[in-house]
Design a protein around this ligand. Structure first.
Ligand SMILES: Nc1ncnc2c1ncn2[C@@H]1O[C@H](COP(=O)(O)OP(=O)(O)OP(=O)(O)O)[C@@H](O)[C@H]1O
Length: 341
């Protein structure tokens, strides 16, 4: 088939927080929140996807609800996930191509066969000719330009919205890995719990994420001034503003951060000695939005004694890695998981 006909094969990072789509020959063409706004009355249909739907979270009228079809890295609402995928694929679809696209979809490394089946089915129902699966840590490693096919050990830590994936890769395969369902969302929740307990203040999802990004940290940093947080007083029901310090937020999110650090340590512990030596020399690569949390790299360096490198584009690493497979399906086929269809 002529190359131009193959131009629309694509890679999809169907993430808990964001969905990114890479199209062969065009690069990353779509990056939107994984959110669907749905009518709750009949007909129960989707009214908005992505950015438009995210804006509706917490501020929709009674008959519209904004949901996230993925939870902890896996599909939680199949219909919504399939509709969202179909919508995104059609958005980037160029009508001059006749053949249906081949699609490489990224999934967390720890998911069950049933969860993997759901992702595949969503891909086929959304219009794929063939669906390939790639495990996120492998995609993250490829997207960070690690030489995954060398016989050298590399460690990747991908901290997303729903899952943190830690993996040691060598010779084109995952040697050892751990996937925990603690990542960005859990950090946001810890901020919400802290404000509830400390100030009897209810926060929305967007506010807690914002606080994490602006004053959250995983290691003592040069803390800025206190920040104001706006929420709803749980007693009076009225809007209220409180002041918080970076140090108190750092303490509030300590539990999920410790879980992430422990997952890295546990994986290092299970790594064969030769590969562990390679990792000590080469360092650990951090990807995913959580890699951008202030002090995350410093904290891991401090706790493991190993150099930590944040990937150049941590939020895009997974889709760029899957994109490399799309560009080279034949040569990278060994890395992909297929169902023989
Ligand atoms: N500057 C930042 N500081 C801290 N966290 C951030 C920052 N930017 C993004 N994040 C967080 O990164 C997470 C999203 O990361 P990413 O897009 O890699 O996840 P995802 O691929 O959608 O999720 P998953 O891999 O779990 O399915 C969100 O929790 C978001 O709040």
């Amino acid at each position: 088939m002529a190359n131009s006909m193959l131009g629309r094969d694509m890679a999809v990072d169907l993430g808990t927080a964001n969905t990114l789509v890479y199209v062969r020959g065009r690069g990353v063409v779509l990056n939107e929140p994984s959110v669907v706004a749905i009518r709750t009355d009949e007909p129960r249909e989707a009214v908005a996807f992505g950015h438009e739907a995210k804006k509706m979270i917490g501020r929709t009228p009674g008959n519209i609800t904004a949901i996230r079809p993925l939870k902890d890295g896996v599909i939680a609402d199949f219909d919504a996930a399939e509709q969202m995928l179909r919508y995104f694929i059609q958005r980037v679809h160029r009508r001059r191509y006749f053949a249906k696209p081949r699609i490489v979809v990224c999934v967390p490394s720890g998911i069950t066969a049933v969860e993997q089946r759901a992702v595949r089915d969503a891909g086929y129902m959304a219009g794929a000719r063939k669906v390939y699966i790639i495990e996120e840590p492998m995609a993250a490693a490829l997207g960070s330009n690690l030489e995954v096919r060398d016989a050298t050990g590399n460690m990747v830590v991908d901290i997303g919205g729903g899952t943190t994936e830690v993996a040691v890769i060598s010779f084109g395969g995952i040697v050892t890995s751990q996937s925990i369902r603690v990542a960005g969302d859990a950090i946001d929740k810890a901020v919400v719990s802290y404000c509830k307990k400390e100030f009897s203040l209810m926060l929305g999802e967007a506010t807690s994420e914002q606080i994490k990004m602006t004053i959250g940290s995983a290691f003592p940093t040069a803390d800025g001034p206190d920040s104001e947080i706006r929420g709803r007083d749980m007693v009076s029901g009225l809007p209220r503003t409180v002041k918080v310090s970076s140090a108190s937020i750092r303490q509030a999110i300590e539990e999920p951060i410790t879980a992430i650090v422990d997952a890295v340590k546990a994986t290092l512990d299970k790594t064969p000695p030769e590969l562990a030596g390679d990792i000590v020399d080469r360092g650990i690569v951090l990807t995913g939005g959580g890699a951008l949390l202030k002090g995350m790299d410093e904290r891991l360096r401090h706790e493991t004694g190993i150099p930590i490198h944040v990937a150049e584009n941590p939020l895009d690493a997974v889709v760029l890695g899957a994109g490399k497979c799309v560009d080279n399906i034949e040569t990278l086929n060994r890395i992909l998981v297929t169902d023989g269809r």
